[in-house]
Design a protein around this ligand. Structure first.
Ligand code: ADP
Ligand code: MG
Length: 338
């Protein structure tokens, strides 16, 4: 036997999992994004022990054909892109076909799914091996349960933070996804207790109030701006409503929640000198653009993206925020402040 061998598939999946699945919140992210891609209007997330014991996600989306359940768990198997050309115009959250096989290689996974007017089916995997597949009665949609995460990767298990921290990462993530998708009804439960829920009526201000409080919800200004390449909509807080960190800024690009230092900086710049030093706004900016202008294939978790015309976009953001905040000052202040 030669020295160079191809890795067996489970090992390859575990290596991929090392990149995509860092912690319980990464599992929640991948599974909720799958539910979003499946056109769900309702996504219920239930976690036990900060996700280490169990993560269960139920959606009412398209479902998976019963004869395709096993394929969905194969590496690089995806229904979302087919050609190289599609890669440059990705409209879905996923496209790498890595999440399900990665998760299944480092956990125990049971997935039940049904398409509308079709018989449902169940598949059970552990450590990348299929343990069972069978017919199952199910409502249209997908119900996936992930247990014993990292049971066979002890190093990863050790690296995790306290359950409290892991739970806060899950909550923060689901909050952002709810802000990115106000048209979807989300619920998050931890150890049987409701953490939060949104109604899914498309009202962003209402979602924001659910997450950051009613008072905050009342101190947000709507923003809308566009140029030939970008369209921005969202909510920005009055300069009087601030927080101690940048963490209350949510940016989405074509409804994908992303992180971007330059765009966040551009938003803050729009406030000029109106923010106190060390204070930051609450904001949600949804940026729409031709997918050709953004490369989401920079990082396995797709949290960071590469933008063409980034400077044009940062300028548009700063001007739009400055305008909304500036107009605010022209309105006589009838509130309790000053
Ligand atoms: P990707 O999302 O990159 O395509 P995944 O490994 O996350 O890869 O999922 C593989 C495939 O399984 C998806 O392309 C999709 O066809 C199917 N799938 C996964 N989760 C769901 C779901 N909740 N509802 C419907 N189909 C799903
Ligand atoms: Mg996916």
């Amino acid at each position: 036997m030669g020295k160079i061998q191809e890795l067996d598939t489970v090992l390859a999946d575990q290596i991929a999992a090392g990149e995509v699945i860092e912690r319980p919140a990464s599992v929640v992210k991948e599974l909720v994004e799958n539910a979003i891609d499946a056109h769900s209007t309702r996504i219920d997330i239930m976690v036990e022990e900060a996700g280490l014991q169990e993560i269960r996600i139920i959606d009412n989306g398209d479902g998976i054909a019963s004869d395709e359940l096993a394929i969905a768990f194969r590496r690089h198997a995806t229904s979302k892109i087919q050609t190289r050309r599609d890669l440059f115009r990705v409209q879905t959250m996923g496209f790498r076909g890595e999440a399900l096989p990665s998760i299944a290689s480092i956990a125990d996974v049971e997935l039940v799914s049904a398409q509308a007017n079709q018989a449902g089916a169940m598949i059970h995997l552990r450590g990348g091996e299929v343990l069972a597949t069978q017919a199952a009665s199910a409502r249209p949609g997908t119900d996936i349960t992930v247990r014993d995460l990292f049971y066979n990767t002890p190093a990863r298990l050790k690296y995790l933070k306290s359950p409290r921290t892991e739970l806060s990462k899950i909550t923060d993530l689901v909050n952002r996804l709810a802000l990115a998708e106000p048209g979807i009804a989300f619920s998050l439960h931890h150890d049987g207790k409701e953490v939060f829920r949104t109604v899914g009526n498309g009202n962003l201000q209402q979602v924001l109030a659910t997450i950051y409080g009613t008072k905050a919800g009342q101190k947000m200004l709507p923003l809308a701006a566009s140029d030939p390449d970008f369209k921005i909509t969202g909510l920005v807080s009055l300069p009087e409503l601030t927080r101690a960190g940048r963490n209350y800024v949510t940016l989405t690009i074509n409804q994908r929640y992303i992180r971007s230092f330059p765009l966040t900086k551009a938003l803050i710049a729009g406030y000029g000198s109106k923010l106190m030093v060390g204070r930051y706004p609450i904001a949600v900016l949804n940026i729409e653009l031709d997918p050709i202008l953004v490369d989401v294939n920079v990082h396995p978790a797709k949290r960071e993206v590469r933008l063409s015309k980034e400077e044009q976009l940062t300028a548009l953001i700063t001007t739009a925020v400055a305008e909304v905040i500036g107009q605010q000052n022209l309105i006589p202040d009838v509130g309790s402040q000053t």
